[in-house]
Ligand binder design. Sequence first.
Ligand code: FMN
Length: 214
Amino acid sequence: MNTDKLRREYRVHKEHLLEQNAASDPFEQFERWFSDAVNSKLDLPDAMTLATATPQGVPSARMVVLRGFDAKGFCFYTDYGSQKGKEIAANPNAAIVFYWRELDRQVRSTGIIEKMTSEESDAYFASRPVSSQLAVQTERQSLVISGREHLIEGFQRVEKTYSSDVIPRPPHWGGYRLVPNLFEFWQGCPNRLHDRLCYTLQPDETWEMTRLSP
Ligand SMILES: Cc1cc2nc3c(=O)[nH]c(=O)nc-3n(C[C@H](O)[C@H](O)[C@H](O)COP(=O)(O)O)c2cc1C
């Protein structure tokens, strides 16, 4: 299939991404853009692609949901024994990408992933809807299973097991935090003259801002 017809021009935006207007702290810049995405009522502004890799450098990528960020990093939750969990355990280097199409904006970040504390994971698990808590108990993520019935039966089984109890967080499920050492903010512009501002973490913990050619 030829996809040439889908080619599109990027819109003119009110503001360019200029060094003098961008925050000197990339987390602050991320907060500005994330707030813009949320306030623009975009669908899934918190969805991000997470790329991990084996120690041999074989990559894999999938979507996850951002469940909070602060000056320490970007948080998400998953099964520690999933493919991503195994890769992170063997190689903590990872990358995330956000794409907010309606704003013609992309944010990339790379860094090191660390496990969140069990207290943080417990608190988040307790805040989830009961159906999501049960789903985590049903089956381990990324295992090969015999069919859909396996999931339905498993869900019904755990529903009975925990019908009147508080559902505990299984130890294999919890949070990770990507602690960034690099950010890139990309703003699409007409004529492919896009803005790309990079922030690279320096040995003294400050961030150096550079502009890359689009
Ligand atoms: C929009 C979207 C959000 C998702 N959010 C999560 C998430 O927060 N955590 C998660 O474990 N999987 C999430 N998934 C499913 C993952 O993409 C993936 O299928 C799953 O985590 C297994 O990945 P793995 O086998 O590479 O470890 C999401 C999928 C989509 C499409």
